[in-house]
Design a protein around this ligand. Structure first.
Ligand SMILES: [Zn+2]
Length: 442
């Protein structure tokens, strides 16, 4: 059978067919093999079809009909509920190892280091749908105009993403358990990844301020990782000391048309609660960004024309009250941001500006990865909302995101002569490819 170019690429680079063939069957008496269910969810997610019922439709009479054939949404959910998530996690690690061997995780700015960001994201929040693994909280919300307390169900997961390469790559995700903090969940994920991928697979971990905790930092160092973590007021003593030591003139000052950057560096700042010293870098950045300012001002509605009198009979002589309309105006307004970073990175001869670059790379996970995987790859869509099925579905969606990203950057964009298509356009082309491939060969 002719292979779609996306799958042919995965076979060539990752030996994909062999990797996925060894996934074990979770059901006792399956009507269809797990490999078909996996392919349906994986390829459906790669084509950004989103919910399972859409994948079912595409399998029954759409793009995936000839590649997969008819499969029901219920069957896909039933199969995923009985699979072992650890196998999908391992599959993701094998993909990451191959990408590292192929040199995809490195870039010039990171000075040969592999940099990963850790962060959490909330998915599937709902007031009515829940499963055995849901977390819950009491929230106040308006129901029929009245404020009332309601139970909201949700899931949270931690993700570790390589941010030093040309494009972000997920190494793994882990669902937060009820009663577990995001930091504890992320640490367990890092330990699982270290066990699978080996020590020093990543060199430097970057994280938000909630991760700047004595125990987390100690455990991360036991995994042989360097770290750069935002310093905020959850560590008040360290922040106050860092502020005091960086009150003078900056070490470094850079002015470009886009921004003005000042940087301070203190190699050793006392962190009393952790009984140690840490390196601190402070930056003040003034960006000359064009900000869209939304102004509200009254705009008069024009008099209704006589020619429209047929439609508006009896109203033509009335003049409506001036309406309030929102008017967008563009203006140049500088954005000032001050950041403190704490770190254990041994800089040696490397300038402290590197810590600023590392700290800034964390934004990739929020601004790029979580945005794209939520909007384009439907991560928050609660298809198959049942503990294990949701975990397996999410892991397959994450894997599909990573591999379509790899295909997009290493195959589509790099081989494109004109203006490259967008990430979503590529997903549409993948789907179209399944339609035309099998109609051409039939
Ligand atoms: Zn749930």
């Amino acid at each position: 059978m002719q292979r779609h170019q996306f799958e042919a690429y995965l076979d060539k680079v990752f030996d994909w067919r062999r990797l996925t063939a060894v996934l074990t069957e979770g059901r006792q008496y399956p009507l269809y093999p797990w490999s078909e269910a996996f392919d349906a969810v994986f390829l459906g997610s790669a084509c950004q079809f989103g919910p399972l019922h859409r994948i079912e439709t595409e399998c029954r009479c759409g793009a995936l009909h000839k590649r997969i054939g008819t499969l029901s949404e219920d069957m896909l959910a039933y199969a995923m509920q009985r699979q072992n998530p650890a196998e999908i996690f391992s599959l993701g690690c094998q993909v990451a190892q191959q990408l590292k061997r192929n040199g995809v995780l490195r870039s010039d700015w990171a000075r040969g280091r592999v940099v990963a960001a850790v962060d959490g994201i909330e998915i599937c929040s709902s007031y009515c749908r829940c499963c055995d693994a849901c977390m819950s909280r009491e929230v106040e919300r308006k129901v029929e105009g009245k404020l009332q307390k309601s139970t909201q169900y949700y899931h949270r997961l931690s993700a570790v993403t390589v941010v030093s390469g040309a494009f972000p790559i997920f190494l793994g995700v882990r669902f937060q358990q009820d009663g577990e903090t995001e930091v504890a969940c992320s640490l367990a994920l890092l330990q699982d990844l270290s066990a699978k991928l080996g020590r020093r697979f990543i060199d430097i971990l970057v994280a938000d301020a909630i991760y700047l905790q004595t125990s987390f930092v100690r455990e991360v160092e036991l995994l042989a990782l360097d770290w750069v973590i935002n310093l905020k007021d959850n560590q008040p003593d360290l922040l106050a000391e860092a502020g005091r030591l960086t009150a003078g003139a900056p070490l470094y000052h850079e002015t470009t048309p886009q921004q003005d950057l000042q940087l301070w560096h203190v190699p050793e700042v006392d962190w009393p609660v952790a009984d140690r010293v840490v390196r601190v870098v402070k930056t003040v950045r003034v960006q000359n960004a064009k900000r869209v300012k939304v102004e509200e001002r009254p705009v008069e509605v024009p008099r209704i024309e006589e020619t429209q009198a047929g439609k508006t009979k009896g109203k033509s002589s009335k003049r409506k009250k001036p309406k309030c309309s929102r008017v967008k105006t563009k203006q140049l307004a500088p954005i000032v941001s001050t950041n403190f970073y704490a770190s254990n990175v041994d800089l040696g001869a490397i300038p402290p500006y590197f810590i600023h670059q590392l700290g800034g790379s964390r934004w990739t996970i929020d601004a790029q990865v979580f945005q794209t995987i939520t909007t384009d790859c439907h991560l928050k869509r609660p298809s198959a909302h049942q503990d294990c099925a949701l975990i397996v579905l999410t892991m397959i969606r994450v894997l599909a995101y990573t591999l379509t990203m790899v295909f997009y950057y290493r195959q589509v964009r790099s081989h494109c002569r004109g203006v490259p298509p967008g990430f979503c356009d590529m997903a549409r082309q993948l789907a179209y490819g399944y339609l035309t491939l099998f109609s051409d060969s039939s």
